[in-house]
Structure formats: structure tokens, C-alpha cells
Design a protein around this ligand. Structure first.
Ligand code: FES
Length: 128
């Protein structure tokens, strides 16, 4: 028997996701709050995590065992991830990270620190 049905890790300890490329700290807090409000605390664990080596695409989160990665999250996305993915088992497609291949996908930065090639506004929060 598994200890948790699903485990959500949010990059809150990396250099970029927590506050520079968006509000990773807020994403973590909002996910925890939504999980608790939905009554999933005994089935789903939301944890802080260090850098996933996907810097520039964040704030990032990953849901295991589904191996579903989310990119450019905002705290406002948490309710949908919980209601659709964690309750109904349907990953939120519009928020999914779709890297090309396995491994690290750190983006280079321009002189102003903006990630080059980012597929979402920077910092996160605007139109996708
Ligand atoms: S800082 Fe979040 S993936 Fe690297």
C-alpha cells in the first residue's frame, strides 16, 4: 500500500522559481491550501523541493507517480490542478510542461535576466 496516492513537489528552493520567475512559494502554499480544503490531505502530499534543472520555465511543479510536470504556474492555478488532476485524475493540459527529451532544460538568460525561449510570459501571471 502506498503512503500517499500522489505526491506533488514544487520548486521553492531553487534560484529562480520561488520569486524571480514567478511566485513558486505562493504556488506551494496555494496547492497545500487547496489540497486541505478538498479533504485530500491523507491522500496527497505537497512538498517543497529544490531546483529541478528546468530553470526559466517555472515556477515548476511535478506530480508523482503520474510524472506530470507543470510550468509557469501561478498561485491561481492551484485550485484547477487540485480539482482536475488530483481529484479527477485529469492533468491540466494547458499548464503542462512539454520538454523536448529527458534531463535538464535550463534556459539561457538575456542581459536583463529574462529566460530566452520561455514559452510563457515572464514573470508568470499574464496571458499564456
Ligand atoms: S529554480 Fe526551479 S527548476 Fe531550477
Amino acid at each position: 500500500m502506498s503512503v500517499y496516492e500522489r505526491h506533488v513537489f514544487v520548486c521553492t528552493r531553487g534560484e529562480w522559481c520561488p520569486s524571480i520567475d514567478g511566485d513558486g512559494i505562493g504556488v506551494h502554499a496555494a496547492l497545500k491550501e487547496a489540497v486541505a480544503a478538498t479533504g485530500l490531505k491523507d491522500r496527497v502530499r505537497v512538498n517543497h523541493a529544490g531546483c529541478f534543472s528546468q530553470c526559466g520555465n517555472g515556477p515548476m511543479a511535478v506530480v508523482y507517480p503520474d510524472d506530470v510536470w507543470y510550468a509557469a504556474l501561478t498561485p491561481a492555478d492551484a485550485a484547477e490542478i487540485v480539482s482536475e488532476h488530483l481529484v479527477r485524475g485529469r492533468p491540466v493540459e494547458r499548464l503542462r510542461f512539454r520538454p523536448v527529451g529527458m534531463g535538464a532544460h535550463k534556459l539561457e538568460r538575456d542581459p536583463d535576466g529574462r529566460p530566452i525561449g520561455r514559452g510563457a510570459p515572464w514573470p508568470a501571471g499574464g496571458e499564456r
